[in-house]
Design a protein around this ligand. Structure first.
Ligand SMILES: CC(C)(COP(=O)(O)OP(=O)(O)OC[C@H]1O[C@@H](n2cnc3c(N)ncnc32)[C@H](O)[C@@H]1OP(=O)(O)O)[C@@H](O)C(=O)NCCC(=O)NCCS
Length: 185
């Protein structure tokens, strides 16, 4: 488990799948997560996703807990041992849990895990043009814009850009007060 002052990142338990399915079957959440055609997931599909994640040794999936409650998931995907890269994803899936600083804290923990435990050199992510809140958060924690995939997403009758942001190990500034070792919650 990775602990910050208010957030902990834990394994996803099979018993949590029904709760995740209620969130990941919402169009409002799915529209910002994946540029592919939206498939709202039923329980069977969510279980199949969980089983695939458990088998994939190039992914690190965490349940985000805040105030003792599951509020979402986050992951480092496509971890590449040769190039020391990974792609980050995050969902504070419970709408009521957004805007409390949990996303920022989750990113701090995941960056610490990625850079100081997995020994990654580059962590990248994709964010859609119509998700400026997420982009602001990423830039606030130190991600930099690599470039823009122009008109790469067709959604709601329009083409949208998708931005690629990244952070390098040399740019990462660990918080000396808490994290994997400095747990206080
Ligand atoms: C994008 C997302 C991860 C942000 O997570 P969050 O927990 O809402 O983010 P935070 O609360 O850390 O920051 C959001 C705002 O709340 C503010 N905030 C409120 N209380 C705060 C606190 N106690 N500590 C820190 N920030 C706080 C932040 O300053 C920030 O303000 P800003 O947007 O004006 O910069 C979350 O909204 C989410 O999962 N959305 C749906 C899925 C999604 O878009 N995923 C990303 C796809 S690329």
């Amino acid at each position: 488990m990775l602990r910050g002052p208010r957030v902990s990142l834990r394994p996803v338990e099979r018993s949590q799948i029904p709760k995740l399915q209620t969130w990941f079957s919402q169009y409002e959440l799915m529209r910002v997560l994946n540029p592919a055609a939206i498939r709202l997931v039923n329980l069977e599909a969510e279980e199949a996703w969980f089983d695939a994640m458990m088998k994939d040794t190039n992914q690190y999936l965490f349940a985000i807990h805040a105030g003792g409650e599951l509020v979402g998931t986050t992951s480092l995907m496509q971890v590449n041992g040769k190039n020391r890269t990974a792609t980050l994803g995050i969902s504070i899936a419970d709408p009521a849990a957004r805007g409390h600083g949990y996303g920022s804290e989750t990113l701090d923990l995941l960056l610490e895990f990625g850079f100081l435990e997995l020994n990654l050199n580059r962590i990248q992510l994709y964010v859609m043009e119509f998700n400026p809140d997420a982009r602001r958060l990423y830039e606030r924690v130190g991600f930099k814009l690599d470039g823009t995939l122009r008109q790469s997403v067709f959604r709601e009758g329009k083409y949208w850009d998708e931005h690629v942001l990244s952070m390098l190990r040399a740019e990462y500034q660990p918080d000396p007060h808490w994290g994997i070792k400095g747990a206080n919650a």
